[in-house]
Design a protein around this ligand. Structure first.
Ligand SMILES: O=C(O)CCC(=O)C(=O)O
Ligand SMILES: [Fe+2]
Length: 170
C-alpha cells in the first residue's frame, strides 16, 4: 500500500526478499510518584517500519517537525505505525522517521509489543530512481543497514543529531 502510494510497487518483491522481522515485548514501570519518568530515550527507529501495539497505559510521545512532543493515545483496537530511518532514506524523504520516546507517569505498568521490519545484512538501501528528481534531489548515499547500525553505536553515532545524516547524508 505504501509503495503503491509512491508509484513504486514494482519494488515490493525485492523489499519482501530483503527484509527480516523482529518481535519484541517491552515493559515500562510507572514512576509510582507524581513525577514523570523517561521510559525510553528519544530516538528515531533505524529499521524500515515498526508496528506497535500497547496495553491501555499510554506513554509514547512523538516529536513533530516543529519540535513539539505529542502524546500517542491509541484505541485498544489500533496499532501505531512508525517509519524508520531506513525507509526514510529509501523513500528519499517522502516519509518522515520521527523522534519518539516513552514518558511514564503514575503507578501502572505499560506493556508494548513492537514488530520491527529490518533490512537483511548485505542489502544495500538506495532510493529508487523513480523517487529522485530535480524537485527531490538524492538525500542519502546508498548504505548497508547493518553497517549503519555499527556507526550508530559508536561515540560519533551516539553524539550525532541525526546518525543517518552524519553517516550517509548527501
Ligand atoms: O514502547 C513503545 O511504544 C515504543 C518502543 C520503541 O520506540 C522502540 O522499541 O523503538
Ligand atoms: Fe522506537
Amino acid at each position: 500500500m505504501v509503495l503503491e502510494s509512491l508509484g513504486v510497487e514494482k519494488y515490493l518483491e525485492e523489499h519482501i526478499a530483503s527484509t527480516n522481522y523482529l518481535l519484541r515485548v517491552m515493559k515500562y514501570k510507572g514512576p509510582e510518584s507524581s513525577e514523570n519518568k523517561l521510559g525510553l530515550n528519544a530516538h528515531t527507529d533505524k529499521n524500515i517500519v515498526t508496528i506497535l501495539y500497547q496495553n491501555q497505559v499510554d506513554g509514547l510521545e512523538v516529536q513533530t517537525k516543529d519540535g513539539e512532543w505529542i502524546n500517542v493515545k491509541p484505541s485498544p483496537d489500533s496499532f501505531t505505525v512508525m517509519i524508520g530511518d531506513s525507509f526514510y532514506a529509501w523513500a528519499n524523504g517522502r516519509f518522515h522517521s520521527p523522534y519518539h520516546r516513552v514518558m511514564m507517569t503514575g503507578f501502572e505498568t505499560r506493556y508494548s509489543l513492537g514488530l520491527f521490519s529490518i533490512p537483511k545484512a548485505g542489502y544495500i538501501i538506495k532510493a529508487p530512481e523513480e523517487l529522485v528528481d530535480e524537485d527531490h534531489p538524492l538525500l542519502f548515499k546508498a548504505f548497508d543497514h547493518v553497517e549503519f547500525l555499527g556507526f550508530y553505536y559508536t561515540e560519533a553515532g551516539q553524539k550525532a543529531k541525526s546518525a543517518l545524516q552524519t553517516y550517509c547524508g548527501v
